[in-house]
Design a protein around this ligand. Structure first.
Ligand code: COA
Length: 188
């Protein structure tokens, strides 16, 4: 974050979405760099993979003013993972579209935290960040992730699907979901 820039911070009923601090990263990796969390994300990351991911997330903040923000629980300030907005940039996939994403530590699954955070991220995408449409991408095996896309009211967009060998070695297909501003307002 540039000097003098205000830290991004957004509260929901139970959560805070905020910018990263350097000290968040070791805690984030300790809690989320596990076989269960990373199952559909290329597996547990080594130091080089972790560094590259940190640079990507910090780069989105620098370039766009939004990123996959730190997710903190209000009750106890526990770091739960990340959720937020980037611009789609995977090789072979749709480019520069507003994309929502999420990654939570396993003991925070099943409590509606991801949906609560993603709802806030979509509100921010269509409000503060002026998007007309938001997409989300995952592999077919990641039922937890596309289940959330459906619970948010996002719809399949086969025209945006593509192949990537980076996530599921058995099935390279990346599947896309999307929601328009009108669709999001109608679902609210
Ligand atoms: C994808 C992921 C974020 C989904 O998290 P999640 O906790 O299942 O999603 P939600 O926040 O929508 O929670 C839904 C569950 O919480 C339950 N729940 C409990 N309290 C709730 C509440 N107050 N509101 C909503 N749901 C609630 C729901 O019944 C549902 O339970 P179920 O899964 O047993 O049916 C999570 O699995 C994850 O981090 N995976 C690993 C990283 C990853 O793959 N990221 C995506 C890459 S594309």
């Amino acid at each position: 974050m540039g000097e003098g820039e205000t830290e991004f911070r957004h509260e929901t009923a139970r959560l805070v979405l905020r910018d990263w601090r350097k000290s968040d990263w070791p805690e984030f990796w300790r809690l989320t760099n596990t076989p269960a969390v990373m199952r559909w994300l290329g597996g547990v990351q080594d130091a080089a993979g972790r560094m590259a991911a940190e640079e990507r997330v910090e780069g989105y903040r620098r370039d766009h003013g939004h990123t996959f923000w730190v997710l903190e629980r209000k009750d106890d300030a526990a770091l739960l993972g990340f959720c937020g907005l980037k611009r789609s940039n995977q090789p072979g996939g749709p480019q520069d579209m507003m994309e929502v994403g999420w990654r939570l530590r396993e003991d925070a699954w099943g409590q509606g935290y991801a949906k609560e955070a993603a709802t806030a991220a979509l509100d921010l995408a269509f409000g503060r960040f002026g998007a007309d449409e938001v997409i989300a991408l995952t592999v077919q095996g990641n039922t937890g992730s596309w289940g959330l896309m459906r619970r948010l009211g996002m719809e399949r967009r086969e025209d945006l699907d593509f192949d990537s060998a980076d996530f599921d070695p058995e099935n390279p297909r990346i599947i896309a979901y999307a929601i328009s501003r009108e669709g999001w307002q109608a679902a609210a």
